[in-house]
Design a binder for this molecule. Structure first.
Ligand SMILES: Nc1nc2c(c(=O)[nH]1)N[C@H]1C(S)=C(S)[C@@H](COP(=O)(O)OP(=O)(O)OC[C@H]3O[C@@H](n4cnc5c(=O)[nH]c(N)nc54)[C@H](O)[C@@H]3O)O[C@H]1N2
Ligand SMILES: Nc1nc2c(c(=O)[nH]1)N[C@H]1C(S)=C(S)[C@@H](COP(=O)(O)OP(=O)(O)OC[C@H]3O[C@@H](n4cnc5c(=O)[nH]c(N)nc54)[C@H](O)[C@@H]3O)O[C@H]1N2
Ligand code: SF4
Ligand SMILES: [Mo]
Length: 894
């Protein structure tokens, strides 16, 4: 019999409900997960990443025991080492010599105890998190306007609005289930207008009625203009503005000065005047309007101002607190919101109270019975890593984040971690760019093993429920924190009998002396029992005592959490990114996400099917720029900035404008040698939120001449010390690499390096088949061991597209290679197998060549393709890409 639990997807902030089943026999493969029909975020649907979760559960690279200086250690020794060192540095240098660097991917309960230990017991507010890189600007924007970090809207509003403005969001790939809910709403009500504001043409533009490809960073001007247009067109709700807000006149005045007319604004933003007027007209004619914003807004040196420019428009027109209206910051990580709720940022205290909130310090101290309260803000992420490098912070505990990849200026991060006296890393994985820098490694339980709560983008708290046993010595993060607290002598405050007790305490603090003064109140749960916690159903906070059903929408009564209860308009002077392109650094670098990978690939990298959508890192470059630089599609290029260098293959595409390039964020040193894009990004931050401008760098792009491109597949892991570029592509059947060497590869050395090591394996020892085409410079090598294929190397002077699937299937096969196979191997053409091309539909593994063939045979719509190939009929994430295959002529007639 299988056991099934309802849990929550560990990927994006949509927070979909997932059914996870465990087979009766633990040796059997975990069956694919399914969507939870009852969960209000997804009603049973899952995107491709969610659907592939089962593939990621068993990993060969789990961290299974604590390690100290590279040696396996017991938990007891690891805990003592940590507790002793923290106590020592606190004694010698004060509490601020210690810091936590946490993550929006730990659970609320993990976050709560970390925050409590640091801010109440050790006495430092140095508790920051990767959420600083993610939604810190959105938090400050809300707090400036509403007095509290409150997301007013819910997912229904996205379906019910008549105008949806998506700013700096590629939700088709990053919040796919929400995107599909929007697509379905638009299909039902085609009059619904969708505007996408993004410098790039993305998959999200697929449903856009209008795409404003703005100059990077110029967003605030669009909304400053909309504010003054609102006044000009008589859209301002005078009653609401007078009764419920402050600062309107000054804000409008500033908007009129900054963006006086359509011509000035269009020029500033680099868009067409007509398009800007269209947006303005739609804003005027649709009262039900939602602005949905994400990292294109937040990751900016003026991110907070951009958020307030958006919120100003909604306040002026009273378009919030109502069905189908509001400024909706969409969160990225599964529990970014939970971290905000416990106060897990360095400039928060706890439970939506700040250090500066009158009476808050005393309130929290009494509730926690805390002996050593921190009294002021701690260091935000970038400042924290600078303070570590300066030797001020001496012990750092990193939990569930990979700063060696995700923080800007990776070289600085490395210097800081090298300097730090004790770096503790809690992770599920043994090998990441950050675990490589640790002095103490703590093995953490992962998604399918741990229990707790997460909060999604619409304030909905859901349970994550563990089902599988912890592998090896892995322990829950909250447990590790509490054990360190106990070893430091704070036992009674951290002696929880289960995770539900932590949640109950968190709920208790949220309600403590609250009486409606603070938005975050989940007092209903303050006495929650284990059984109630087990049966917890997804609910939107606030859930105060007496209101168990929670709260769908905020601010319906026009009351805000400022001192005087009124919302604040904030005058905005739109600005552009801090760094401008120059002759030396002529390209603007944009960064972001891909459909089928998650962050630093520590989970999605375990699912080979997810690597088929985009196998290698790349740089998008406009055809005219590419031509000018002599760069062809697939060619290796060097990107350099004042901070570092990366080497990536070019993807020549019109989706990025001229002068701008785009690089995905996912590839780390574990998957490629020179693809960490944060190497190039400066540590420029928003002055108010401290959020880095991760969407913006200035770089030089160069062609790298005289290269040899290679595809290597092998039954064994291989290394490429002399390569300019290598990338390993996850596969079930063997090891697949894409490699680029400088010209003049020494063949004899290559063969020696790649030959099977064990004599016993090779009856025909080092039997290399070889084929050269002097005309094209192509060289094909295949090594056989005992008649079976062991390693294949295809070399060429030009980037080649060769399907690796067939080669990998031959590696995995126990049959000896036939004569036909040997010929096919050398010719580079698979015999009797269909080459699918790049996988477009990950659910059914349907590739570009199959799609092209089906279109040529008359399946000329997405529906028709779905009928013959099934592509796009499961999770639907590939529909925008499917549409690109359909020639325009056909689309029109379809
Ligand atoms: N598949 C997948 N989904 C994810 C994640 C993932 O790793 N993979 N991560 C999750 C997380 S943590 C987050 S935070 C979210 C992020 O979700 P998104 O914010 O949707 O994702 P990004 O690709 O980072 O950036 C969105 C867009 O911002 C645009 N942009 C860049 N500069 C500007 C600008 O100046 N103005 C405007 N208007 N747009 C600009 C970029 O071109 C990009 O298309 O995704 C979540 N979902
Ligand atoms: N240039 C550029 N940089 C960016 C961004 C960008 O758009 N451009 N986006 C930024 C944003 S929005 C984000 S959110 C960050 C994300 O960046 P990171 O947070 O650095 O990336 P992740 O890969 O999610 O790292 C999570 C780590 O935690 C581990 N882990 C997973 N679950 C658990 C757990 O339960 N416990 C413990 N202890 N460990 C666990 C994983 O194995 C992994 O190593 O990147 C930021 N950096
Ligand atoms: S949209 Fe996809 S990744 Fe996001 S929570 Fe839902 S299933 Fe997970
Ligand atoms: Mo994020």
């Amino acid at each position: 019999m299988t056991t099934t639990v309802k849990t929550t997807c560990p990927y994006c902030g949509v927070g979909c409900g997932v059914n996870l089943s465990l087979p009766a026999n633990p040796n059997e493969v975990v069956p694919p997960v399914s969507g939870d029909l009852d969960h209000p975020a997804n009603f049973g649907r899952l995107c491709v990443k969610g659907s592939s979760l089962a593939q990621t559960i068993k990993s060969d690279d789990r961290l299974l025991s604590p390690q100290i200086d590279g040696q396996v250690a017991t938990w007891a020794r690891a805990i003592d080492t940590i507790a002793d060192k923290i106590s020592q540095v606190v004694k010698d240098h004060g509490p601020d010599a210690f810091a936590f660097y946490l993550s929006g991917q730990i659970l609320t309960e993990d976050y709560y105890v970390a925050n409590k230990l640091a801010k109440g017991f050790i006495g430092t507010a140095n508790v920051d998190t990767n959420s600083r890189l993610c939604m810190a600007s959105a938090v400050v924007g809300y707090k400036r306007a509403f007095g509290s970090d409150t997301v007013p809207c819910n997912y229904d509003d996205l379906e019910r609005c008549d105008l949806l403005i998506m700013v700096g969001s590629n939700a088709a790939w990053t919040h796919p289930i929400l995107f599909q809910r929007i697509v379905a709403a638009k299909q039902q009500r085609p009059s619904m207008k969708i505007v996408v504001i993004d410098p790039r043409a993305t998959a999200t533009c697929d449903i856009a009625d209008l795409h404003l490809a703005i100059r990077p960073g110029s967003d605030a001007a669009i909304f400053s203009f909309l504010l003054q247009e609102s006044a000009r067109m008589g859209l301002v709700d005078d009653v609401f503005v007078t009764q419920h807000t402050n600062q309107f006149d000054a804000t409008l005045q500033q908007a009129m000065e900054s963006t006086p007319d359509v011509t000035t604004t269009a020029a500033f933003c680099g868009v067409d005047e007509h398009d800007l007027m269209t947006l303005s007209q739609w804003w005027a004619s649709n009262d039900k309007a939602v602005t949905f914003y994400s990292q294109g807004v937040n990751q900016s040196s003026s991110g907070v101002d951009k958020c307030n420019a958006i919120i100003n428009c909604h306040l002026a027109t009273a378009r919030l607190g109502k069905e189908g209206a509001g400024p909706f910051s969409i969160t990225g990580q599964p529990n970014a919101m939970g971290g905000r709720e416990v106060g897990g940022l360095a400039n928060q205290l706890a439970a939506h109270m700040d250090f500066a909130t009158p009476g808050a310090l005393d309130l929290v101290q009494r509730f926690w019975q805390a002996p050593n309260m921190a009294t002021q803000n701690g260091l935000k992420a970038v400042d924290l890593f600078q303070a570590i490098e300066a030797g001020k912070v001496k012990v750092l505990w990193i939990m569930s984040t990979n700063p060696m990849v995700s923080l800007p200026d990776t070289a600085q991060v490395r210097r800081a971690l090298e300097k730090c006296e004790l770096v503790i890393v809690s992770d599920c994985k043994a090998h990441t760019d950050t675990t490589a820098m640790a002095d103490v490694l703590l093995p953490a339980t992962g998604w399918s093993e741990k229990d707790g709560t997460v909060t999604n983008s619409e304030r909905r708290i859901s349970r994550q429920r563990g089902l599988l046993p912890a592998p090896g010595d892995a322990k829950h993060d909250w447990w590790a924190i509490c054990e360190v607290a106990k070893a430091m002598g704070y036992g009674s405050a951290f002696d929880y009998q289960g995770v539900h007790e932590i949640f109950a305490e968190h709920a208790g603090l949220s309600a403590f002396e609250n009486n409606g003064t603070r938005d975050f109140d989940i007092g209903h749960y303050r006495h929650i029992t284990q059984a109630q916690y087990d049966g917890f159903t997804p609910t939107q906070w606030p859930v105060p005592e007496g209101k168990p059903e929670g709260t769908k929408r905020m601010f319906a009564d026009g009351h805000f959490f400022t001192q005087d209860g009124r919302a604040q308009f904030v005058p905005i002077n739109p600005s552009l990114p801090a760094l401008k392109a120059t002759q030396q650094w002529p390209f603007v670098l944009n960064t972001g996400r891909l459909r089928d990978q998650w962050h630093t690939m520590t989970r999605t990298g375990d699912a080979p099917s997810l690597a088929k959508h985009t196998a290698q890192p790349y740089v998008d470059i406009h055809p005219e720029d590419a031509q000018r630089l002599g760069i062809i599609d697939g060619a290796l290029t060097r990107l350099s900035s004042p901070h570092g260098e990366v080497r990536l293959k070019a993807n020549v595409t019109k989706s990025t404008p001229q002068g701008q390039i785009f690089v995905p964020i996912h590839w780390t040193q574990q998957f490629a040698n020179a693809a960490v894009v944060s190497n190039l990004i400066p540590q420029t931050v928003d002055p108010l939120s401290g959020q880095p401008e991760s969407k913006h760098g200035v770089v030089q792009v160069e062609r790298i001449p005289l290269l040899q491109y290679a595809l290597v597949v092998s039954s064994r892991p291989q290394s490429f010390s002399e390569a300019l570029y290598w990338c390993v592509i996850p596969s079930d059947q063997g090891f697949r690499y894409e490699v680029v060497w400088p010209n003049g590869v020494n063949l004899a050395r290559l063969k020696e390096a790649f030959s099977p090591l064990q004599e016993a394996l090779c009856v025909e020892r080092n039997h290399w088949l070889e084929y050269t085409n002097p005309m094209t410079g192509q060289l094909r090598l295949a090594c056989l061991a005992g008649g079976r294929l062991d390693t294949v190397v295809y070399l060429s002077h030009q980037p080649e597209v060769v399907s690796a699937d067939w080669l990998l299937s031959k590696l995995a096969s126990s049959d000896a290679l036939s004569e036909l196979d040997r010929i096919a191997l050398l010719v580079g053409l698979p015999a009797n197998v269909e080459d699918k091309g790049n996988i477009v539909c990950s659910c059914y593994q349907i590739g570009s060549k199959q799609i092209e063939k089906a279109i040529a045979s008359g399946s000329e719509t997405v529906e028709a393709l779905g009928a013959v190939l099934k592509c796009g009929t499961n999770c639907g994430s590939c529909i925008p890409e499917l549409k690109h295959f359909i020639p325009k002529r056909m689309e029109l007639s379809a």
